[in-house]
Design a protein. Sequence first.
Length: 217
Amino acid sequence: MTSVLSEDILEEILNTNQKEVQLQALKPANYSKTEIAKALQTLRDQNLIHLNETSVSLTEKGAEKAAQVARKHAVLETFLTDVLGKQPQEASREACILEHNISSETIERLDSFLDQRKPEPAAPAKIAEYTNHNNLTRKNPIVPLAECPEGSLLHVAMIRCFAKHSRLVDLGVIPGELITLRRKLVNNAVVITVKGCDIALSPEVSANIMVERCENP
């Protein structure tokens, strides 16, 4: 089993935003059923997935690995579209190829480069110091996360279909939390900062996170 296939499987499970995924729904491109079955067995042996006869789910270790791959994809796709001018679909396809062989160090440098190309967000850097969120909000409209501009400091008001998106709790994205919308990707996928960590969220997830824009106190 190649690391490419294993990472594709982990990322595909993560992107479903479901705790448990039916095996028949897993269809990594360009691989046979035998290769996929062997990969799943290896991932189970590595404690990256829970596997039974009909379904599969990520372990805590597997979710962390899948999130790392998803973040690489998000950064690469942004670089390919915003800097190199690739079309979104082509950029996403090439990001899928590049994400498996690029180092974490290079991703961090690319991410920093992308940030430097944008104006500093109006949100203050010391988000953790704001403990009274009421002083930051001004009864602004509550809207889906994906509708906010990049650089916005946001107060999570609610999460629709919370049971379906309960994984967000493990990421620290909960009602009442402050987050920063760092980048908007194609099809409403986004990269946010929460508790000092960057997290890539799929369009389905970002559409269900309802937020209120904050103001500098």
